[in-house]
Structures are given as structure tokens and as C-alpha cells.
Design a binder for this molecule. Sequence first.
Ligand SMILES: Cc1cc2nc3c(=O)[nH]c(=O)nc-3n(C[C@H](O)[C@H](O)[C@H](O)COP(=O)(O)OP(=O)(O)OC[C@H]3O[C@@H](n4cnc5c(N)ncnc54)[C@H](O)[C@@H]3O)c2cc1C
Length: 250
Amino acid sequence: MERTALRRRLTWQVGTVTEIRQETATARTLVVDVPDWPGHLAGQHLDVRLTAPDGYRASRSYSLASAWTGETIELTVEEVPDGEVSPYLVEVLKVGDPLEVRGPVGGWFVWRPEQAGPIQLIAGGSGVVPLMAILRAHAAAGGTPPAKLLYSVRRPTSVIYLSDLKEIAASDDVEVTFAYTREAPPGEPRVGRVDADLLDAITFTPKDEPTTYVCGPTPFVEAVADLLVAAGHDPARVKTERFGPTGGPR
Ligand SMILES: Cc1cc2nc3c(=O)[nH]c(=O)nc-3n(C[C@H](O)[C@H](O)[C@H](O)COP(=O)(O)OP(=O)(O)OC[C@H]3O[C@@H](n4cnc5c(N)ncnc54)[C@H](O)[C@@H]3O)c2cc1C
């Protein structure tokens, strides 16, 4: 690996928030200009570090929501009530503020346009963030190979990237299915967790040899990965990213 790129990855850099988009009542997207950002692959994440006036520091991991276009990076943060870092990012940070980041991080949970075979994406809650980066990279690569997204959310108002996902679904390049766990929109009879029947009905089959990306809270990821393997999917093609607690004071 080139030394300069590696040093940039391991060094904290100060970016500037250039735009903020409210995605839901509890999640927003931060567009950040990081002058020395080395670029990233769809699916990677970074670390964010906050420093209090008394010098106390806390860092957390956040997925990159955008495919790299050579300009800004995007993060989407869902507020965890009583959390140390996410409430600041969702409620306090404003356009023009500095934001300290380090990355990109991760080489396994990534999609590259030259990768062969269908893409199956399965998200629980804010786990949709790195999968959105994959969908954006997939669109930039011309919408091939075939791709499907299964997105489990509590209720319709919890859907992050609703307008982008509607647009992607309308393009016919990607099949998008929502699974509602608490409350479904009118006309949608199913309310419940992702289970074997749902996976069987709407995902690629093991015969299609998809690469599957599962991301969300740890229990969701583990349950879905187990179901996929039990259904005959090759574990080596089931990639997982767990959004459990990260970081801590640093
Ligand atoms: C690789 C990776 C990528 C991630 N990407 C994203 C992302 O794109 N967007 C995003 O919003 N989050 C993401 N996360 C989660 C994020 O790193 C933080 O854990 C989250 O923002 C909570 O941090 P906090 O400081 O607000 O809460 P903390 O102060 O760390 O925790 C407060 C309380 O909430 C619990 N908790 C912590 N994290 C979670 C969680 N994720 N879900 C439910 N309860 C939790 C803790 O156990 C604790 O009880 C990612 C995590 C990982 C490991």
C-alpha cells in the first residue's frame, strides 16, 4: 500500500460540514468536505472523534453513505437516545462546523464494480447506510449486475433515504422491498421481523450465487445471516457489518 495513502487513513483530519439533510425525525445526513480524503470503496466506514472543551474525547464508527466522487463524503447518523456522540451529530452540529474524521476503514464489507454476480443487500434500521453507498456505486457503474435490497424498518416514517430509494426502485435496476416490524403503510399486510419465509420469497436463491451484505444492529445481523446459511447460502458470500456500540472515550 502506498505510504501516503496509509498515513492519511490513520491520521485524524479535520473536515468541514457543508450540507445537512434531515432524513427522518431521528436521522440526518452530514455532507463533509475533507481536503485530504484519500477516497473510499462502497461499504467502508470511518471514525469520527469529538473533543469537549475540557479535552475529553469520544470516537465512534460511521459508514460512508456515498460512493466516492472525488469531492465530499457523506455520513448518515441515527440518534441513539442518551448516546454520547450521535445526539451531537444529529442535533447540534451545523453547516460550517469542523468535524474530525479518520479513514476509510474496512476491506471486507465492500463492493467493487468489477465484482461478479448478483448483489443482495439486507438492512436493519440505520444498517441501510453502507448499503446505500453500494447502491450509489452500483448506479454509477451502470446498474449492473442485478441487485436487490430488503430493508427492515419499524414504520414507514423510519425509512432513511426514502426519495432516493423510490427513484432507485423506479429505475428497474434494483428490486427494493421494505419489511415493517411495528407498523406498515396502508395496503401492506405484513408486519413482522425478517424471517425464513420472507427471505425465501424475495431474495436471490443460493443457486444465483449472490454476494449478500447484511448490516444493522448485531441481533438483526446474526439472525439474518443464520437464516441465509440455513437456506443454503455459502457463508463465504454472506458479508456482515454489525452496528453495535463502538469506540468509547479516547
Ligand atoms: C462499522 C460500524 C459502522 C457504523 N455506522 C453507522 C452509521 O452509518 N450510522 C449510525 O447511525 N450508526 C452507525 N454505527 C453505530 C455508531 O458507531 C454508534 O454506535 C452509534 O451512533 C451510538 O453512539 P453513541 O455515542 O450515540 O451511543 P453510546 O454512548 O455509545 O451508547 C449509548 C447507549 O446506546 C447503546 N448503543 C450504542 N450503539 C447503539 C446502536 N448502534 N444501536 C442501539 N443501541 C446502541 C449502548 O449500548 C448504550 O447503552 C456504526 C457502527 C459500526 C461498528
